[in-house]
Design a protein around this ligand. Structure first.
Ligand code: ADP
Ligand code: MG
Length: 582
């Protein structure tokens, strides 16, 4: 089977887009490859097609692509999408039970599975790595590959572990991203151990986007004004959760902002439970909500074509973050607006942000030692310990500032002292506290009796350790609803027959090494990154204060595209400032 045939047979498309074909050929030739394509540009096919081609040409019909991607929601989407095309795919991520992970592994080991999606955190487990390399892997795809670079705007330390797989298996690697500066492009290839530099890209130019910076000392007023003037779906990015809620309320109270939708505005941030986040996101995607006011937790992987307006209420951390977020406007090619609100006060705010993101090293050290005390980990012990932690509570109890504590946990993670992960959705757990003998003598309702035997059948070990359970599966077993199962579990726990730990959203901290007496923050972890962070903010400020150069040119220049034409659509081009076109 050729790439063209696979495109036609599996996906029903006639032609490749832009550089897709070159990227696919490059991977099929066994070369490590980096592909830069805009969001919606078709990055998934770049690894899906070569995998299908390799598997169809393999003498034993084997071939599995290991896909590393940071977003669990995205994995689930892609897995179901592939399955709907008759291609076997599965995913392994933090939060799945051991049993589920084992089943997924076995499927990939013994079945004709083509794609295994994993979250980068899984690669931190040696046991996981050892198992992964037993699989018939034919290529590795790294989605959102900018996450591997500490110079990128969304660095994830666990991405660095990807290169460890390469010590065990010799297959081509394909890195994909929509946003990377020249420095990040180079860094991605170095970090992933490319055998030779090899980059394919399409221009980042988006000629339907109007870039605008609005100077104002009254951001709320300006926000309402813009929303009342530009019709259609909008995203408003803010820096913190409280502001997201407050601004959304403000918009809803304001009659000049209206829409045909049932609700004008809603808010979204990572602190909300998954079900609520999904509901909000869906309502906005389906057009029931016009404006979503959100933190940067919103948007990655969301492909809504008709966003007409993206407003940044606060300054983003970098040009890359800005470009990525603003670029969610106008995917359908129709004109759209990207507005940055800027005030004189922003400079001071940014300065403070540096201090909050990079607190003094002594402060980071203090957070580490207090954290260990808080979790009662003695010096030299605690290796591989794992705790659920409520960071806000920890800060209150220890009289720490939330912002700097949060930043310290990130720095300690990068330095390898801990591995902190923000607010994951934990499945509910159950431990049967009564022993078997007693259980048989109980006089339960028939429903409870059946539920108990379903629990025992499904989850061995439930008498000794709390086991992760699946309400959906139990509801299937019982021929009833999740709600009924949940109520019954609560009743059983009130009768002290089981201990029931309902689903919750928790942050986790893991100690890869024992408690150390001293914290050393190397230049790579602290000083270099702080400098880079300041540089990124500076570039953002320059963008905001610029009234001389075409905004589109400025942005593209930042990504190494030197010779882009004047956009003719930004506020500077339209005469709000002077345009320098030499
Ligand atoms: P990205 O990951 O780059 O944001 P996706 O891989 O999710 O983009 O693709 C975006 C959409 O474009 C998907 O619906 C995909 O099926 C479609 N697509 C990709 N390549 C082609 C093509 N060659 N022809 C038609 N549609 C395509
Ligand atoms: Mg994608």
């Amino acid at each position: 089977m050729t790439a063209q045939e696979a495109l036609h047979t599996y996906f029903g498309y006639e032609h490749f887009r832009s550089v897709q074909e070159e990227v696919i050929e490059s991977v099929l030739a066994g070369k490590d490859t980096l592909a830069l394509l805009p969001t919606g540009g078709g990055k998934s096919l770049c690894f899906q097609i070569p995998t299908l081609v390799m598997a169809s040409n393999d003498s034993e019909g084997e071939g599995l692509c290991l896909v590393v991607t940071p977003l669990i929601a995205l994995m689930k989407d892609q897995v179901s999408n592939l399955r709907s095309r008759g291609i076997l795919a599965t995913a392994i991520y933090t939060g799945m039970s051991h049993e589920e992970q084992r089943v997924a592994f076995d499927n990939c080991l013994y079945g004709p599975y083509r794609f295994l999606y994993v979250s980068p955190e899984r690669l931190e487990s040696e046991a996981f790595l050892k198992r992964v390399v037993q699989l018939p892997i034919c290529m590795i795809a790294v989605d959102e590959a900018h996450c591997i670079s500490q110079w990128g705007y969304d660095f994830r330390p666990s991405y660095l572990r990807i290169s460890a797989i390469r010590d065990y298996i010799d297959v081509p690697i394909l890195a994909l991203t929509a946003t990377a500066t020249p420095a990040v492009v180079e860094d991605i290839q170095t970090q992933l151990g490319f055998r030779a530099p090899n980059v394919y890209r399409t221009s980042f130019a988006r000629d339907n986007l109007h870039y605008v910076v609005r100077e104002t000392e009254d951001k709320p007023e300006q926000l309402l004004h813009i929303l009342s003037r530009v019709p259609g779906t909008a995203i408003v990015y803010v820096r913190n959760r409280k502001k997201a809620r407050e601004l959304s309320e403000l918009i809803n109270q304001h009659s000049t902002v209206s829409g045909e939708q049932s609700s004008v505005s809603d808010y979204y941030h990572a602190g909300l439970p998954a079900t609520e986040r999904n509901a909000k996101q869906e309502a906005w995607k389906e057009g029931q909500t016009r404006v979503i006011v959100c933190t940067n937790a919103f948007g990655m992987g969301i492909d809504k074509p008709d966003v007409r307006l993206v407003i940044h209420y606060d300054m983003p951390d970098s040009i890359e973050a800005y470009f990525q977020e603003a670029g969610r406007a106008g995917r359908d090619g129709a004109p759209a607006w990207c507005v940055l609100l800027h005030s004189k006060r922003d400079a001071a705010v940014l300065k403070q942000r540096v201090g909050n993101t990079y607190p003094p090293a002594e402060e980071v050290e203090r957070v580490y030692q207090l954290l260990c005390d808080y979790l009662t980990i003695g010096l030299g012990s605690g290796r591989d310990a794992r705790f659920a932690i409520d960071v806000e509570q920890f800060c209150t109890d220890m009289h720490l500032s939330f912002l700097t504590t949060y930043a310290s946990l990130q720095l300690l993670t990068t330095a390898g002292y801990i591995s902190y992960s923000d607010e994951q959705d934990l499945q509910p757990r159950v431990l049967i506290t009564m022993d078997k003998e007693e259980l048989y003598q109980l006089n339960e309702s028939p429903y409870q009796e059946r539920l108990l035997s379903a629990l025992m059948r499904r989850y061995t070990g439930i008498f000794t350790d709390p086991q992760f359970i699946h309400l959906t599966r139990l509801a299937e077993d019982m021929g009833s609803t999740e709600y009924a199962v949940n109520s019954s579990l609560i009743a059983l726990s009130k009768q002290h027959i089981i201990r029931y730990i309902p689903a919750q959203r928790v942050s986790m901290v893991h100690f890869p090494v024992a408690r150390q007496g001293k914290v050393e923050l190397s230049a790579r972890v602290y000083a270099d990154r702080k400098t880079q962070f300041e540089r990124n903010l500076k570039a953002m400020e320059e963008y905001a204060e610029n009234d001389h150069y075409c905004r589109s040119q400025l942005l593209l220049g930042y990504f190494g595209e030197e010779d882009a034409p004047l956009c003719g659509m930004c506020d500077v081009c339209l005469g709000k400032g002077k345009v320098n076109s030499e």
